[in-house]
Design a protein around this ligand. Structure first.
Ligand SMILES: [Zn+2]
Length: 216
């Protein structure tokens, strides 16, 4: 049963021209909020033409939305231990093309924080997987909540969205907060030698819909 989360309001909105390291550039309008339940400084980036009747392709004009969890090592430094950097880059371009919003959620390391994520990496180097490492450190396998994301969508006036994600938990949580997810659009998969084990674990343990090359 869906429960509408506490009301958040738009605090500031401002134009932010974006240019990525590979030269791709697009305009964005960035929003901050008051009243988010976890008190964190999450951002929404409006991209492309959100009023286009063709927004998000055939998905009934629902804007294309991606909740992206902050990953300092992947997003900023290009770490190859995960696929966050390429996923963020892809999401910005696809949303700019379709019209929609990227929600940049400050929940590093599946919600456990940056230092704990690095500790989990160190544990993974001893042979445990990404979920087991979080549990060994006293955390849940995945502590991310999308309640604040739902508050942001409601504040932006969005109750119907097409969700750009391979993670079924995001759709489930948003629906439980009164957001109609009318379509789920899959993202690309970015495999490298350093992250293939991480991606296999996400597919197996997190029920992510990923098409990974089978091990030889
Ligand atoms: Zn990452």
């Amino acid at each position: 049963m869906a429960t509408r989360p506490p009301t958040a309001t738009i605090r500031t909105q401002v134009e932010l021209p974006l240019r990525f390291a590979d030269g791709y550039a697009t305009g964005a309008r960035v929003f901050s909020f008051d009243g988010l339940v976890d008190g964190r400084e999450h951002l929404a980036f409006a991209l492309g033409d959100r009023t286009s009747p063709h927004a998000a392709g055939a998905h009934c004009a629902a804007p294309l939305i991606r909740p992206h969890s902050e990953c300092l090592t992947g997003d900023v430094f290009g770490s190859e231990r995960c696929d966050c950097g390429p996923q963020l880059r892809e999401a910005v371009e696809r949303i700019a093309g379709a019209g929609g919003y990227l929600l940049y959620l400050r929940q590093e390391g599946r919600g456990i924080g940056l230092y704990s994520k690095l500790e989990a990496y160190a544990l993974q180097d001893t042979g445990v997987d990404t979920y087991e490492a979080n549990v060994a450190l006293g955390h849940g396998e995945d502590e991310r909540s999308y309640l604040a994301a739902a508050q942001m969508l409601h504040a932006l006036g969005l109750s119907r969205v097409a969700l750009l994600s391979n993670n079924p938990d995001k759709a489930r949580q948003l629906r439980s907060c009164g957001i109609a997810v009318v379509a789920q659009v899959r993202t690309g998969v970015y495999v490298s030698a350093a992250n293939v084990r991480y991606l296999e674990t996400k597919a197996r343990r997190g029920a992510h819909t990923l098409d990974l090359p089978l091990p030889a």
